[in-house]
Design a protein around this ligand. Structure first.
Ligand code: UDP
Ligand code: MG
Length: 319
């Protein structure tokens, strides 16, 4: 059966790009429907994230004039991840079979969507859009991104390299995603936790065709820190490790002090001072690390994430 597709697009002050975005997506949906890839009544869901410009009035106009457009307006600016989640939720409640998320500026090539739908029809629940290269990004953005992915991997956070929030999810994957009730959303870290059969589709990332990035450096850093602190307690373990390192240094100094006492080369007062600095420092860090371990546990409990996700059972009795 052909899937009913929803394309969810978070929009924040995007009046400059919206007309072109809606135009291109309408053509895409029409072509895909004509090709027999998707069912009629597929939609794009434009989520206005509390924009201050004409974004919402444009969305309202389009939902009257273009049958494929559905509009959702958030009461205030809640951030990209929350706006996306709002759109996914609406798509879930409207029971679309497959749901694609993409940014309003269409930096991610929408021609990858038909391929995503093909993977979905072959039985994949999650299809990641992965950038082939970052040629259009600045060297700074490229390098910081590379550093970030490497760091995340080292910290043990599962994430897909060069994948942002451009992906297709099945209805059941989105339903499961909605079980993750945490406030600090970092979707590209949560989605890999869902499991299911996944696939990747590669595409070229373009430059923004109009308007400017809504992700200045400050927001990017916040997002990165959020990604790390929402998934990893390793930084706390590092504090504990540092405590032990300090104690070890104290021990080395002790050996040196004993040695200089025996040699008679010691300076009065120096030994007790330097030893206490490293020893007390080490003890404080270990104490902090231990408290941190408990705080880490609390944080994992508070998130209240699902423990598992059942994909199938073999019981076919319908009673
Ligand atoms: N966005 C949003 N709320 C915000 C910031 C951004 O909904 O508070 C949307 C924005 O309209 C766009 C997407 O998130 O559709 C990605 O933003 P942008 O293209 O500016 O980020 P970049 O591609 O520069 O990382
Ligand atoms: Mg962009």
């Amino acid at each position: 059966m052909k899937p009913r597709l929803a394309i969810v697009i978070p929009c924040y002050n995007e009046e400059e790009v919206l007309p072109e975005t809606v135009r291109r997506l309408t053509i895409l949906l029409e072509t895909m429907e004509a090709d027999g890839r998707i069912a009629p009544k597929s939609r794009m869901i434009l989520v206005d994230d509390g924009s201050a410009d004409a974004t919402w009035s444009l969305i309202e106009q389009y939902s009257k004039s273009v049958a494929m457009v559905m509009g959702v307006r958030l009461a205030g600016n809640s951030g990209h991840q929350n706006a996306l989640m709002a759109g996914l939720n609406v798509a879930k409640n409207t029971r679309f079979d497959a749901i694609v998320s993409v940014d309003a500026d269409l930096q991610d090539d929408i021609n990858a969507i038909p391929e995503m739908v093909d993977r979905f029809s072959e039985g994949c629940d999650i299809v990641y859009g992965v950038r082939k290269s970052r040629a259009t990004d600045t060297a700074f953005k490229r390098n910081t991104a590379l550093f970030f992915y490497t760091l995340m991997q080292w910290l043990g956070v599962k994430s897909v390299y060069n994948h942002a929030d451009y992906r297709l999810m099945s209805l059941r994957a989105v339903t499961e995603l909605c079980q993750y009730r945490e406030r600090n959303l970092f979707l590209r870290g949560i989605v890999p936790l869902l499991g299911y059969r996944t696939a990747m589709v590669y595409y070229d990332r373009n430059a923004r065709f109009a308007g400017e990035s809504k992700y200045p450096l400050r927001k990017m850093l916040e997002f990165a820190v959020n990604g790390i602190t929402s998934f990893s307690v390793k930084p706390v373990r590092m504090v504990l490790g540092m405590g032990f390192l300090f104690l070890f240094i104290a021990l080395c100094i002790l050996v040196y002090v004993v040695h200089s006492l025996l040699e008679g080369t010691n300076v009065p007062g120096w030994a007790s001072l330097i030893l206490s600095v490293w020893f007390v420092g080490g003890c404080i860090l270990i104490g902090l690390g231990i408290v941190g371990e408990y705080v880490g546990k609390i944080y994992i409990e508070v998130k209240d994430r699902p423990r598992y996700n059942i994909e199938k059972t073999t019981d076919t009795n319908e009673n």
